[in-house]
Design a protein around this ligand. Structure first.
Ligand code: ME8
Length: 502
């Protein structure tokens, strides 16, 4: 069985999460559900980033220990993922003992190899981003990522020899551009490669909230070096190699474009130094609010708990996953969320099902057990279905979720046109065979649609499948074949799945 290993970033525990973080995790959940339903041996990793100066200072401000702050926010992260129906396999915390031990093993290995050495560190530090820059890299004296203030720091530190791996990484990226997706992000990294692969300081001595270096216990490991290793420590590196070999390399590290450099040039260099194959990185764009990036730092954020309270889980999942196209940034808007919900989920998904089940009950007493003969109209609909299914699979395989959803919605619009043209409300009770043929076709189409929407809106898909008497474990390869709806079942009309939102 082919495997599929997916990771999200480990979110910082300095504060609560907003719609941006929620999006990354929902995107990951949808991809993993899709892959699992396609028959892959999947592993979905998420977690929390708990060390470093930023967490240390956030805890100090609240008069609690960093560990208390981390515990508080980890409970909150898990509550959010549970609420949103996110089904991860493992939640790693960078304060987990096994992780810290494995980080120390890696540090020792690289130190022994000569890839970590002592030197003098001088750089501009952006605390909120936990990033370090030289003079040239600053934008008008400010952090090039978030535009915030930076602080000059000098100390004796340990450095990691990124520069040693520049040429090999350039070659690998040239021969496999799909290691960084989408292409716009690949180009961005290729453009930065020459200027941003100087050796990097990977330890700190002025605070102690971190993993102690095994070869110098007066210093702790830099938070990014510790955190990025989670992707291999979580699956066993380097003392449970059976699990590690089963899943590595990651098939997709899902991240936002703000942390692309860390996940490519920095991470790839560490992996090269450890002689581990490179993973694939997928970086999406930003959710904007009032024109700027939604961020903890600006305080301009939308709370996912509030959104679920107001609109429900699946409407939020559907909106977020269908709106942010790869390579672009998108303004968040509740008005658009409501509009999308009403025009797509209510008018098309919910109404098509409700209208059809009502007719099956009214004209055929809930049974489709008639002599069903297809005409040209049905043959054309099935051909349309096959085209849209292929489009859906191709787009999902390429992580183009909005396009995959569009393929399904276009097919649903086609089904609605078919209902109007085939007019089961005219053949009604007089020609039961013909009415059954039309209504069977529609319900079979809706069955396939709900399967395709399952990774995006799992609860809704399951509700529809239940009404169509076919709620089993989902196996998309088998279930997406035309004609699997049971003719012998009795179909009952029910309340609509969704009602319009104001
Ligand atoms: O960077 N739009 O954690 P973090 C879209 N701990 N996505 C957004 C977003 C927005 N406006 N704002 C945040 C860290 N995100 C590190 C990661 S991994 C080893 C360490 C998402 O809590 C996006 O995925 O700052 C981004 O990369 C991530 O949250 C940053 O989360």
């Amino acid at each position: 069985m082919a495997k599929f290993y997916l990771t999200t970033p480990l979110y910082y525990v300095n504060s609560k999460l907003h719609v941006g973080h929620t999006y990354t995790t929902l995107f990951s959940d949808a991809v993993i559900r899709y892959k699992k339903a396609m028959g892959f041996d999947t592993f979905f990793l998420t977690g929390s980033d708990e060390h470093g100066q930023k967490i240390f200072e956030a805890a100090r401000e609240k008069n609690i220990t960093p560990q208390q702050l981390a515990d508080e926010n980890v409970s909150y992260f898990k509550e959010l993922w549970k609420l949103l129906n996110v089904k991860y396999d493992k939640f790693i915390r960078t304060t987990d003992e096994y992780h810290e031990k494995r980080v120390r093993d890696v540090l020792q290995k690289l130190y022994n190899k000569g890839d970590i050495y002592k030197g003098k560190y001088e750089a501009y530090h952006c605390i909120p981003c936990e990033s370090f820059w030289n003079e040239k890299q600053l934008t008008d004296g400010k952090c090039p990522t978030c535009g915030g203030e930076v602080k000059w720091e000098e100390q004796e530190n340990y450095f990691f020899k990124i520069s040693k791996y520049k040429d090999i990484i350039r070659e690998k990226l040239k021969s496999d551009p799909n290691l960084i997706r989408p292409r716009i992000r690949y180009n961005e990294i290729m453009g930065k490669l020459d200027d941003s692969m100087d050796d990097k300081s990977i330890s700190r001595s002025h605070f102690d909230w971190g993993v102690r270096l095994p070869f110098d216990d007066s210093q702790v490991c830099y938070v990014w070096f510790d955190a990025i290793l989670n992707y291999i420590t979580a699956i066993g590196y380097s003392d449970d190699m059976e699990m590690f070999n089963r899943y590595w390399p990651a098939d997709i590290h899902v991240i936002g474009k703000d942390i692309l450099w860390f996940h490519t040039l920095f991470w790839f260099s560490i992996l090269e130094a450890l002689d581990i194959p490179l993973p694939t990185v997928y970086a999406h764009g930003y959710w904007l609010l009032k024109g700027g990036k939604m961020s903890k730092r600006s305080g301009v954020v939308v709370d996912p708990f509030e959104l679920v309270d107001k609109y429900g889980i699946d409407p939020l999942r559907f909106f977020l996953l269908s709106e942010l196209s790869e390579g672009s940034d998108t303004e968040f808007s509740e008005e658009r969320l409501v509009g999308k919900f009403n025009t797509e989920l209510v008018n098309i998904v919910s109404n098509t099902l409700h209208r059809t089940l009502t007719m099956v009950e009214k004209y055929l007493d809930g049974s489709l057990d008639y002599i069903i003969e297809n005409t040209d109209m049905e043959d054309k609909l099935i051909a349309e279905y096959e085209k849209r299914r292929e489009e859906y699979i191709r787009n999902f395989d390429n992580f183009k979720l909005p396009q995959a959803i569009d393929a399904v919605m276009d097919f649903l619009r086609y089904i609605n046109g078919y209902i109007n043209d085939a007019a089961p409300f005219k053949s009604g009770k007089d020609d039961k065979n013909r009415t059954a043929a039309i209504l069977y076709t529609v319900l079979e189409a809706v069955r396939n649609v709900s399967l395709m929407l399952y990774p995006i809106i799992p609860d809704t898909a399951n509700k529809i499948l239940e009404r169509l008497n076919c709620k089993n474990k989902i196996d998309l390869k088998k279930d997406l074949e035309w004609g699997r709806l049971d003719k012998k079942s009795i179909y009952k009309k029910d309340e609509p799945i969704f009602m319009r939102l104001k």
